[in-house]
Design a protein around this ligand. Structure first.
Ligand code: KG4
Ligand code: ZN
Length: 337
């Protein structure tokens, strides 16, 4: 008999619920929160309130779309961390209450592991990477290079010493006057611009570490100086700025991916996390195929925050009877290892 898992994700500003039958997605419903746009970033207090009003309708829709009733659920997987504590608490409290009332187990899932494990969602046209593989995990809160040995054993071999690359996208977007989240907009406008128009600083950090704060400052100073000379600079140069920002960030990521590939000798390369939706990053990683690598890129809907990835990681934990506890508290800074 296949097992039916309800996944719940509420770590940041997306409320998501999914129903999986083993590793096959029956439904994956996400409510995004537009309330943050005008503030230029996620406002934690507003995020938890929006989760509170979204969670019941989102779970209800996921059940209906999957044609599954509550009584058919075998377990509930939810995000324990990392993330915004107020946001995590909404998903966690909801999952605990439902598990108590249905008398089914809880599965506590690490958000970044789930991004990586999205590669194991069963889809007719995609293949799953063999273990071990090298994964570039890039989101609004993380930038890591991870060797995935198994669904429990993740070895972080490199990470950012300051901002995450998603933050670098979003903060640069804010500097050039784009609303939050700016990453997808930079991607969109970059297609219309010349990526060589502007040169921004690429901070030098050793080995497999990343750093993006110097880059962001460089974007800020360029914009400040050029707007002084020409008040219409941002309107006139929006597309060229986006193309140059995106080129520089993708180059910084790819330098480290190549280095990690050389150092580890692993030729299976995967992308995970919200920034893996970026079209230039996807194209650049795909090019590694010409150098003899196997490349794995998730479908768009499994790149940014979603509950299907939480449920698939939950499925692996279910197999090992790694049950959650009603007394576990969500954690803003849960380590992956
Ligand atoms: O994984 P995710 O949905 O949430 C976190 O766990 O942080 O990632 C969100 C991040 C945001 O910074 C957003 O701007 C970025 O992913 N993002 C993109 C694109 N789509 C989402 N960045 C660049 N290009 C995109 N197409
Ligand atoms: Zn995420």
């Amino acid at each position: 008999m296949p097992i039916t898992i309800l996944g719940i994700e509420s770590s940041c500003d997306d409320t998501s619920a999914a129903i999986l039958s083993d590793k096959t997605v029956l439904s994956n419903v996400t409510a995004s929160q537009e309330v943050h746009q005008k503030y230029g970033g996620v406002v934690p207090e507003l995020a938890s309130r929006a989760h509170q009003s979204n969670i019941v309708p989102v779970v209800d829709r996921a059940l209906k779309e999957a044609d599954v009733e509550m009584k058919d659920l075998d377990a509930i997987a939810y995000t324990l961390g990392p993330g915004l504590v107020g946001s995590l608490m909404v998903g966690s409290s909801f999952a605990k209450g439902l598990s108590l009332s249905l008398n089914i187990p809880l599965l506590e899932v690490h958000h970044m592991k789930a991004h990586v494990m999205a590669h194991f969602i069963e889809e007719p046209e995609t293949s799953n990477p063999e273990l071990p593989f090298l994964c570039l995990t890039v989101s609004g809160g993380h930038t890591q290079l991870v060797i995935v040995h198994s669904h429990k054993h993740f070895e972080v071999i490199g990470e950012t010493i300051d901002d995450a690359v998603g933050e670098a996208f979003d903060k640069s977007a804010k500097i050039i006057g784009l609303p939050y989240p700016g990453g997808p907009l930079i991607d969109q406008y970059a297609k219309l611009g010349d990526p060589e128009s502007f040169t921004f600083a690429k901070p030098k950090v050793p080995d497999l570490q990343f750093s993006f704060s110097g880059f962001k400052t460089s974007v800020l100073y360029t914009v400040r100086d050029r707007v002084k000379e020409n008040p219409n600079f941002l309107e006139q140069q929006r597309d060229n700025l986006c193309a140059s920002i995106q080129r520089t960030l993708v180059e910084m990521l790819m330098e480290k991916v190549r280095l990690a590939q050389k150092q580890t000798g692993i030729t299976r390369i995967a992308l995970a996390g919200g920034v893996s939706a970026n079209s230039e990053l996807r194209t650049s990683v795909r090019k590694l195929q010409e150098e003899g690598c196997e490349v794995y890129i998730p479908k768009f809907e499994y790149c940014t925050d979603n509950a299907a990835m939480i449920a698939v990681q939950g499925y692996h934990q279910f197999q090992e009877k790694q049950w959650g506890s009603l007394s576990s508290a969500p954690s803003a800074r849960l380590r992956i290892e």
